[in-house]
Design a binder for this molecule. Sequence first.
Ligand code: FE2
Length: 186
Amino acid sequence: MDIIEKVKNFVEQECGKPESKYGFEPFEFHFVPVVRYAERLCDELGGDREVISIAAWMHDIGSIVYGREDHHITSAKIAVEKLSEFGYPQEKIGFVEKCILNHRGSQKRGRETLEEQIVAEADVLANFDEIAGIFKAAFVYEGLTQGQARESVLQKLTNKFEQLHFEKSKEIIRPKFEAVKILLGK
Ligand SMILES: [Fe+2]
């Protein structure tokens, strides 16, 4: 089994554990689309595909195991431990670690490498594939009304679109963003 497959299986197992903080849903509805967008951006823009795929699979693993707070730090720590256990080269573990540490838009940490930027960007793009989940958060966790939720989801996705860094990402996601504006706009 190759290293990416091993990492994927590890993440799937953690999401499937009864103590997973968000249940199994993030595996299918967040990790899978993030990896897909990350690999697509890598094909278009370059970068080390293995590092990008591994970092994309593991970027939020800390929030599954411990919860959302400081999950960039907890995820990086878990990734370093797990990849060392798998015998992955230390130098490449360092690149994966940086991608995970710097993936959060809210943390304002500088991103130096293309790999870091691609993982962060894929995380933003994946929002356009998890609109049901954003609505779930609006109703279940934020207790919004239908009208508020509709406005809030449109606003969130507009902010996400504006955060995008690469022209290529905007091109990839524009049809979905246009659809969102038609469906959720006034
Ligand atoms: Fe994420």
